[in-house]
Write a protein that binds this ligand. Sequence first.
Ligand code: FHN
Length: 574
Amino acid sequence: MIPSLLAAAAMAHMLDAPMDDSRMNWWRDARFGMFIHWGLYAVPGGTWNGKQIGGAGEWILNSAQIKVADYEPLLKQFNPVKYDARAWVRIAKQAGMKYIVITSKHHEGFCQWDTQQTDWKVTNTPFKRDVLKELAAACKAEGMKLGFYYSIMDWHHPDYLPRRGWDPRPGVQADFDRYYNYMKAELKELLTNYGPVAVLWFDGEWESTWNHKYGEDLYKFVRGLQPNIIVNNRVDVGRGGMGDSGVRYGDFGTPEQSIPANGLPGVDWETCMTMNDTWGYVSFDQNWKSPTTLIRNLIDIASKGGNYLLNVGPQPDGQIPEPSAFRLQEMGKWLKKYGDGIYGTTAGPLKKPMPWGRITRKGSRLFFFVYDRNATKLELPGFYGELRNVRKLDQPELKGDYLQGRDAGSVILPRGNYDPIATVYVADVRGQIKVEQVPQRVDRNGEFLLQAADAEVTGGNAQYESDKRAIGYWTSLEDRVSWYIEVPAPGDYRVVVQQASDPSNGADASYSVVANRSWVAGKVLPTKSWSDFQVVDLGKIHLPGSRFKIEVIPQKLGKIALMNLRSIHLVPAQ
Ligand code: FHN
């Protein structure tokens, strides 16, 4: 996914003056924004004809296979009498969020503004008011950047194709180009009548009717209306894993519901995520992430150089659900104390996350976010530099120290109150920092046990499982897993892999384990589940006596993914 995203970043900035993408700077500094999914789908709130419908609330038309004619009566039920845009913006602001992206039109096609292009709009509901106009005014009054989400996929518009399978409306009269012109007319309204729009967040780009040609044209159209606007990569067909490779448009990548294991080096990116399991309101979805999880997600994302777009799904009465508001309040409290280590920072200097926590950088300062309450020393493998004035961020009188070792730096922590979410320390960098990859060396038996938690994971899809004991979500051929090792002398090693693959993944997946010019082939046979690991001996590989990367490279994916990988054991071959 990276090559297309890198190319996209390069291509997209072609519309800027050479190498001037300063319009992205506020967004890079912001690090944290609010996503709002709000439409007619809030009215059923996940229940249709008395039945709780699975899946995200905003997908209920699709999930419950509702005919458009049966969905349209919702227009006369939308009346969010408690909608208070100013209150929403204040909740976001107090949470420490620096921008808001709201669904102007989701897949249901319903428009949250007084568009002249269709009657399927909020001003034709009992509510009558222009939701986006009021939100734009509130953002202006509160100094909050405002962005619009806009779905390319439109299950309501007669010219949109493809139709939902159960939709009886004939598609033969549909004209997708006419629909595209409808989209541009709507976007022209949004980018002309609502003041400066900071972000255009496209979505629903994955169906067969959308393509790179439309994406390129739409990106240029939008930038032509507001040159400083920032547009996500879903304007085109380059979203990782959902589009073909090659050059794609868009200013930032959009991993969804996940945090890339090692970030997306070299490009701007933003993880969007729900607080429970749904984007649009579902009355019975009470599976809320804890404030600690949400704050550590923000820390993890910032430490990898990304933004966190955290979602709220307002109720049909126009209020933000109390569990969401509470979590945002807790995040705001934490950010009031430690936000200096998040806002305006860039990725930390180490390529992999540390077991003790995360690092961010801001110019000549490094911020250390420590999760282990008993930690007294932080190991920085391969780190060479001079750190001065190590101190607790909120109690600078509590001083630590820094020691430089042969293969690592060590931050000695001051003793003091710890924060159960993350205790934050800061240090000043003197001179240059150098970071070398520290090779894994043989153990006392002359073997290498290469474990998931020590691997470098690239490609944007593959992820460490939550317990970091395995790597999963390996859904792209571009995803790679590797270890940097130092082999004491040339020799042959048996390659013994711990792998798992749910039967639903089939039995076609395969991969190679590659080291310099040697390799062995691996086949992924089904196990009982994704967490039922089997030990597979792939045979012998010849390793040179040097330092090098040993990589696992997918050859063929299964029906869902490649496999889950726990470890690779390299055992000297007799
Ligand atoms: O289908 C949508 C979904 O409803 C939601 O809007 C997410 C948010 O990024 N985007 C699509 C799924 O990728």
